[in-house]
Structures are given as structure tokens and as C-alpha cells.
Design a binder for this molecule. Structure first.
Ligand code: TXA
Ligand code: MG
Length: 353
């Protein structure tokens, strides 16, 4: 592997943090932990460094990056004055798993924003990420640590395998706490619009601001949509090579029965099941993704689980869906894409299959 591996799972060495900050300033590529997922970071004000990120990921150049900051003062350098609603979101959720789309100043390179007049800003709460940004003393441009189209990297072994030869440093901070990428929000006419659901939920935003809307493409295919507020949502994402199908009903018996029926029709299948339902499925291939009563567990495990499925000798992956409440909306947003919109929504007359 080309990358220098830094183990920060137990302690963090201050000199090494300085070296990493300098490497970022110099436009090198550093995989770093955040509380959501790992990122591939570089100097967000350095066009050459930013171009290397797109190359390493094989990412389309019309899909903009998030700038990560460690100090709210950095906001004024990068963005124009904000509305009261935007300021309230910043006061409430920075640092944390929320990304805000704001009007950018000319200092932000075009390569970061893919030519848009707005820029995505987030202040991670992970202390290693914060320190590296502080020492770099520049905003860090960082997309999720994965090759484009693959699930975001949340454990170091997956990342080393995928990116070990494409970056300069890999910083191990242990498995990501949340496991799904940040909630992306843009405020339109004083209403927060969720462009990508995440750990900061629609219910919390409603509580905080008194109003919230969901981008209409969160749970549907927007490949052909003309105007997509968040370019990232239109790309194929999170999909294993094996065909996947998603099943959900809020009635657990219905969900289990449909999964069994599909398993009967397709005996050579793998089931991704909640811990509680595992014993219902008589197949040798079942993966436990966590408790359906603790969606945080599923959020943390879902990407590593999706990454495993192609190593099984099966023709189909049947995935149990979850309730869309709280972080469930973010889980379903990712699963629907992983399944390429093959979805049996048993509570609605028309299924999307
Ligand atoms: O949790 C996260 O957000 C992780 C960690 C590393 O911070 N990062 C991440 O970055 O998920 P990425 O590049 O994989 O996803 C960024 C998303 C994309 O869907 C992109 O289209 C959207 O944010 N985005 C970035 N800039 C935007 C802008 N100016 N307007 C609308 N959407 C934007
Ligand atoms: Mg990504």
C-alpha cells in the first residue's frame, strides 16, 4: 500500500497531527475519521489537491464537495452573511452531523462547488478531524472515503482495501460512530429543505425551526429529474453488484412473510435481516444488520453489511427495510438506492418494483 497508515484508535500523537495538518495544506490526500463516515480530505482552497480527490474516487466533476471547518469564524471567510434560520441551525448543530448549503464567496474554488454559487459546509465533532483541520488552518474538502458508487467507508479495513494505493495517509480512528453521511440541508424561504437525510432528523429540524420539508427525490429515482437540488442524489450509489430487493411493512409479520415468499421463489438468496427476525429465515445465507428497535445499530452497520454481499455465491439479496421515522429515513434513502429502486412497499397499494 502506498498510503502511510496512522493508528489513532488508542492515542493521538500531537506531532503526527501537525504532520497531517501540513500534508493537507500541501494538497496531499488524507483519509480521516469523522463521526458520520470517513472522508478523503485535502486543502479545500487548493484546486490541484481538490482535483486529485475527484481522480482518486473516480467521481463525476459535477458533484460538489463539502468543506469541513473547525471554527465558526471560518464561515465568514467562505460564505456571505446568513439568514436567522441558517444561523440557528449553525448554533444548534455545529459541530455535528449537519451540512449546510450556503452562498459562497469567490475564495472557494470552482472545483469544490462544481461551478455552483453555493458551497456545502460542515463542522465535524470528531476530535481527530477537528485537530487536523486546526493544524491545517484551511477548510478541508472531503467527500466520503469510497470509490464513487460504493457505500461510504466506515471501517478502516474496507478503506485500506479500496483506497490504500490512491491516497497519501490513512488515519484510523476506529469504526465511525454514526455510519451514515451527514444530513444535507439548504434553507429556502426560511424553511430547511433536507437534500440528504442523516442523523439530524426531520423531526429534530421541525422542533428546532418550526418548519421542515423533504426534497421530493429522497425516496425515489431522480436519474432523469431536470432540477436536482443536491447533485449527489442523482448518482447510482451504494449498490452491490448482486441484484438487491427491498421489502418493508410496518406490520412485521407481513414483512417476514413477504421475505419468506421471495426466498422460496429465489432459494439462492442472501437475506439482510434485523436481529429479531433472523430465526425466521431458513437459508444458509443471512446477515444480521442490527436491532429494528435500535435504528442507530442498523445505521452503524448498514454500509459494512452492504459491502459484504458480493462475496456470497447468491443471485439475489433480499433486504428488510425499516420504519422511516427518525434516522430510519436516512437508512431507507440509502437502501432504496442500493436496491436500484426495487422496492416492495407492502403498506402502499402500488409497489415500486
Ligand atoms: O458525513 C458526510 O457528509 C461525509 C463526511 C466525510 O463529512 N461527507 C460526504 O461527502 O458524504 P460526499 O461528497 O460523499 O457527499 C456530499 C453531498 C453530495 O450529495 C453532494 O452532491 C452534496 O453533498 N453537495 C455538496 N455541495 C453541494 C451544493 N453546493 N449544493 C447542493 N448539494 C451539495
Ligand atoms: Mg459520498
Amino acid at each position: 500500500m502506498k498510503a502511510k497508515y496512522i493508528d489513532f484508535t488508542k492515542t493521538q500523537d500531537e506531532n503526527m497531527l501537525k504532520e497531517l495538518g501540513q500534508a493537507i495544506r500541501d494538497g496531499k490526500l488524507v483519509v480521516l475519521p469523522t463521526e458520520t463516515v470517513y472522508g478523503i480530505g485535502t486543502n479545500g482552497l487548493n484546486e490541484e489537491g481538490v482535483k486529485k480527490i475527484y481522480e482518486a474516487k473516480g467521481r463525476s466533476s459535477d458533484n460538489p464537495l463539502i468543506l469541513h471547518i473547525s471554527d465558526k469564524n471560518m464561515l465568514d471567510e467562505l460564505t456571505f452573511p446568513r439568514t436567522n434560520v441558517e444561523n440557528k441551525l449553525i448554533d444548534t448543530y455545529f459541530p455535528g452531523p449537519l451540512t449546510l448549503i450556503l452562498n459562497r464567496k469567490p475564495i472557494v474554488p470552482n472545483t469544490v462547488t462544481a461551478g455552483l454559487e453555493t458551497v456545502a459546509i460542515r463542522m465535524p465533532s470528531n476530535p481527530i478531524a477537528q485537530k487536523i483541520i486546526e493544524y491545517a488552518n484551511v477548510p478541508i474538502a472531503a467527500p466520503s472515503a469510497n470509490i464513487s458508487g460504493k457505500p461510504s467507508g466506515t471501517v478502516i479495513s474496507d478503506i485500506i482495501e479500496e483506497l490504500g494505493d490512491k491516497v497519501d495517509y490513512i488515519v484510523d480512528g476506529g469504526p465511525s460512530n454514526i455510519g451514515l453521511e451527514s444530513t444535507v440541508v439548504r434553507v429556502v424561504n426560511e424553511v430547511p429543505v433536507i437534500l440528504r437525510p442523516g442523523k439530524v432528523t426531520k423531526e429534530e429540524l421541525l422542533d428546532c425551526i418550526g418548519n421542515v420539508t423533504l426534497d421530493s427525490h429522497l425516496l425515489e429515482n431522480c436519474d432523469t429529474a431536470e432540477e436536482v437540488l443536491s447533485p449527489g442524489m442523482k448518482y447510482h450509489h451504494y449498490s452491490p453488484n448482486t441484484k438487491c430487493v427491498l421489502v418493508y411493512s410496518k406490520d412485521n409479520d407481513k414483512l417476514v412473510n413477504k421475505t419468506k415468499e421471495l426466498l422460496k421463489e429465489n432459494p439462492n438468496s442472501l437475506v439482510i435481516s434485523s436481529s429479531e427476525n433472523i430465526s425466521y429465515y431458513s437459508t444458509q445465507f443471512v446477515l444480521d444488520v442490527g436491532s429494528r428497535f435500535h435504528l442507530e445499530e442498523i445505521s452503524k452497520n448498514i454500509f459494512t453489511t452492504l459491502r459484504k454481499v458480493d462475496s456470497y455465491p447468491v443471485d439475489l439479496v433480499i433486504i428488510e427495510g425499516v420504519s422511516q421515522e427518525g434516522i430510519g429515513l436516512a437508512i431507507m434513502n440509502r437502501l432504496i438506492r442500493a436496491c436500484d429502486y426495487n422496492y416492495f412497499d407492502l403498506d402502499n397499494e402500488k409497489d415500486n418494483k
